[in-house]
Design a protein around this ligand. Structure first.
Ligand code: AMP
Length: 225
């Protein structure tokens, strides 16, 4: 990689594939900002903003927030100063309309995409993972009761915040989110495959193994490997 060239990644995959965990590790490795639309929306719900009010019921049903709302939020976000060095988009784009809007946004800003990384995880594994997932109410750090527990039950190791189970991490909503994923988001993977931007990684194995195979493919793409 040439010094100063920014890295812009999209991280895709079904709910529970480990996008959030891997995105936080990529953030550290490459020194770029992690932008999770899910975290942005949950913060908007907590802060009771206009976007939050519109999004809450839709998120609780496991459906997708309308494209115009998400695109509006992301348009402002990627223009912020902290994104100048690059970013990882986690949970966006989730529809073909969002993918086309992102293409336009990046073209307007002369910001080429480095790669879209897709993590593959089977549906049954997704359900098992999501049911035990916990998140920090203060810093959004992710845990799992079985695979990645906090040292003290219900308390975040990083900031001491209270851990909670997301409202949409119940079995019925998980199944709905998976259905939405296969119908609306899986075609976005093909969109990036057709543009030769896709990197595919098996999302099963240890967190570190997945991270290392992902990084070696990204390094190869940016000419570091
Ligand atoms: P996540 O934390 O990525 O699993 O997102 C949680 C929920 O937020 C999703 O089930 C959607 O309701 C909503 N959401 C997040 N990102 C998007 C997006 N790009 N488009 C539409 N809805 C989204």
């Amino acid at each position: 990689m040439t010094a100063g060239s920014a890295i812009r990644l999209i991280l895709m995959g079904p709910p529970g594939c480990g996008k959030g965990t891997q995105a936080k590790m990529l953030e550290e490795r490459f020194g770029i900002v992690h932008l999770s639309t899910g975290d942005i929306l949950r913060a908007a719900v907590r802060e009771d903003t206009e976007v939050g009010t519109k999004a809450k019921a839709i998120m609780d049903r496991g459906e997708l927030v309308p494209d115009d709302i998400i695109v509006g939020v992301m348009k402002d976000r990627v223009r912020s100063d902290d994104c100048a060095n690059g970013y990882i988009l986690d949970g966006f784009p989730r529809t073909l309309v969002q993918a086309a809007a992102l293409d336009r946004m990046m073209a307007e800003m002369s910001q080429p995409l480095t790669a879209a990384v897709a993590l593959a995880v089977p549906d049954d594994e997704v359900v098992r993972r999501l049911a035990g997932r916990r998140q920090c109410s203060k810093c959004d750090a992710g845990y799992h009761v079985e695979f990645n527990p906090s040292s003290k039950d219900g308390v975040c190791d990083t900031c001491g915040g209270a851990l909670y189970r997301r409202d949409d991490d119940n079995e019925e909503t998980i199944r709905q989110r998976l259905a939405v994923y296969h119908e609306q988001t899986a075609p976005v993977i093909e969109y990036y495959r057709e543009r030769n931007s896709l990197i595919e990684v098996q999302g099963v194995g240890s967190i570190e193994e997945i991270f290392e195979s992902m990084c070696s493919l990204i390094d190869r793409r940016i000419g570091n490997g």
